[in-house]
Structures are given as structure tokens and as C-alpha cells.
Ligand binder design. Sequence first.
Ligand code: NZQ
Ligand code: ZN
Length: 383
Amino acid sequence: MLNFSFQNTTHIHFGEGQIQAIAKAIPLDAKVLVTYGGGSIKSNGVYDQVAKALKEHTWQEFSGIEPNPQYDTLMKAVQQIKENELDYVLAVGGGSVVDGSKFIVAAAQFEGEDPWDILAKGSKVKAALPLGCVLTLPATGSESNTGAVVTRDRNKLAFGSPLVRPLFAVLDPAVTLSLSERQVGNGVVDAFVHVMEQYLTYPVNGRVQDRFAEGLLQTLIEEGPKAFSDPDDLDVRANIMWAATQALNGLIGAGVPQDWGTHMIGHELTGLFGIDHARTLSIILPAMMKVRREQKEAKLLQYAERVWNITQGSVDERIDEAIQQTENFFSRMGLPVRLREVELGEENVAEIIEQLTNHGMIKLGEKRDVTPEISELVVRTAL
Ligand code: NZQ
Ligand code: ZN
């Protein structure tokens, strides 16, 4: 196992009716900005629950944070914070609202010239306003991690800081009942790929991490399709929600190598063509598994056996079968597994690799040996 330091300080309030916990979680003397997206929280009753819980607080709202949150929109929220001397942000929404709010709390305290530098130049976040969240879409793990992804023009860039980790997160599975099948499927697959990025590398004898990861994968494989067949089952929603949080709260990635190549290529597909985050992953991950099968052989075989019960056949046959099962699962969740399914083809490959290179993504993978040439092979394999 590799050395690691692990701390996750986000206080989780899990379960039906837990939105009321924000009344006590946010100090009464805070001046709060409630941030949200395009209005789903208005139609599913979450906004009303938040307003009720905040009835003793001083608060304002900022709406319109879009999926794949846009820099210009977020800077308007920063302006509102500065003009009104607000000092606390409560994000209510999916990964985009939580990520966008992480950038808002950092940009509001940024002392350099241009907050975009946090993303474009990796400028260190030295201060941030306190952030809490009410998560409405299980997928990203953003509710209890330190990362965020923000888009400006065709550039989708990530930053991370322990200062933007939410102080608390309300996870009420009941609020996920209003999600469309597309968003449910996207969420399950995003969480699945988060586990894979931290699991499908090479063995370092991290037995606890491996077993946790395999448990999360199996939970998502078992529960994901049930969200379609039994859409009102709250236990199913609860298990998906908790699995998605655990998939990227730092625990399974501590002490093991991590890949993230699929995500980096996927971000370019979203930045260039607006494809949903999870749909970029369902297309790229199987291709990554195919191209990197030798480097990842030991873990691919472990994955085949422990996650899919594949024990028969040659090494190649078992790996082929594991990749096929992975694709079948993504398809079952309603996601595409080839670029042609999202109307991209040969003619788009050069542009994707050029953007990847522009963004410095030239040494990807757990051993930093995935060059733009190998990424190109991955993209071509996904055609
Ligand atoms: O904007 P509203 O009206 O709220 O609608 C949203 C949005 O249209 C809707 N939605 C959310 N909760 C709902 C709901 N609709 C009905 N009922 C509910 N309960 O769903 C749509 C998509 O929301 P979004 O927040 O964009 O989805 P997701 O949670 O998948 O977040 C995706 C973003 O997170 C980033 C992605 O790159 C992308 O920008 N990621 C963040 C990560 C992190 N911070 O660690 C890691 C991930 O790999 C990912 O990169
Ligand atoms: Zn993701």
C-alpha cells in the first residue's frame, strides 16, 4: 500500500427529512447566499424545504448555475456576495451547483488579479467562504470532496482545495425521486467510473481499498437498474446516493494509485461538444480498458473475477468478457458506449487530442505514461 494522509471533514446528514438539519448546521449570524440551478428545486419542493429550514436566517438566493457550471455565471454570484457582504454559501443542487459554489467561495476570497487563474494557472486557493450543500443528484461525490470543475468557453478545467470542501452535506434520497431516467443513469455511471479510476490501475496490496471499491461497484450494478424498475423505492435511492458519495470522498483512493485518464479525455468531449459528463465516461472507459489491457492486466483479471464472477477462459477471454459486461451495464443504464452514438466520428479526433494537449493533459494514467498518441488511440478505439 502507498503512504497516505486521509481526512474527510464533511458532516453528512443522511436520510429523508434531513434538510431541516441546515437550520442548526449554519450559524444563525451568517449572511447566506443560497445557490441553485435551473429551477428543479422549485418544482420538487426542495426550495420550500430549504426556505423553511432557513426561516431564522438572513439569506439571499442566486439561481441559474447551469450543468457544467460556467465561469461568467459564477462570477455574477461572486459579485452578489461582495456587494451584499455575504459570508456563507449554501449550494442546493447537483454536482454542477456544488462545484460552481466551490469556485464561488474561493473566488470571493481570491486576492490575485483574476480568479480564472485558480483554474487556468493552478493558483493556490488561500482562503474561501464556508460552504454547505443540499445534494439533489447522486453522482459526482462533490458534496464531500475537495474538487470542482468549471467551464469557460470550450475549456472545462478542474481545481481542488481542502478549503472548498463542504462543511456539511444533506443527503436526502427522497429528493432524488424527481430525477429523470437520464440523470439517474448518468449519476450511477459517473459514480461507477469514479471507483474504476481509483481501482483499475495496478496492485499495491491495498486490500481494504480493493474490497471497498468492489463493494461499491457491485452495489451500483445491483441497485442502478432497480432505480428504473422500482422508481419509487427509497432504499434503492438511498443505496445509490451513499455509494456515489463513497465513490469519491477520498476513502477508496487513499493509499492506491489513481488513473483519471478517462475523466480528462471526457472533459474535452464535454468542453467541445457539450456531451453530458457521465456519457463521455461510458464511451471512453471501455476504450481505455481495451487500449491499456496489458498495463492493467492484473487488476482487470481481479475485476473480472470479483465483480463479474468471470473465472473461466484464457486471460484475454476473461478481460474481453469483463469489458463487455461493463459496456452492457452502461447500456442497461441508458448510456452510450461509442462516439458514433453521440454523432461524433473520425473527423473529430484531431480536435479532441489538440484540446487535451492544450490543457497540458499529456501524461495521463496511473503511471503518467499515457501520451497524446495513446489518448488518440483510446479515442479512435471508442469510435
Ligand atoms: O439545474 P437544475 O434545474 O437543478 O436541473 C439539474 C440539471 O439540469 C437536474 N437536477 C438535479 N437534481 C435534480 C434535477 N432534476 C430533477 N430532480 C432533481 N433532484 O439535473 C441536471 C444535471 O445536473 P448536474 O448538477 O449538472 O449533474 P451532476 O451532478 O452529474 O454534475 C455534473 C458536473 O459535475 C462535474 C462534472 O464535470 C459536471 O460539470 N464533476 C464533478 C466532480 C467533483 N467535484 O468531484 C467529479 C466528477 O467527475 C465530475 O467531473
Ligand atoms: Zn466523474
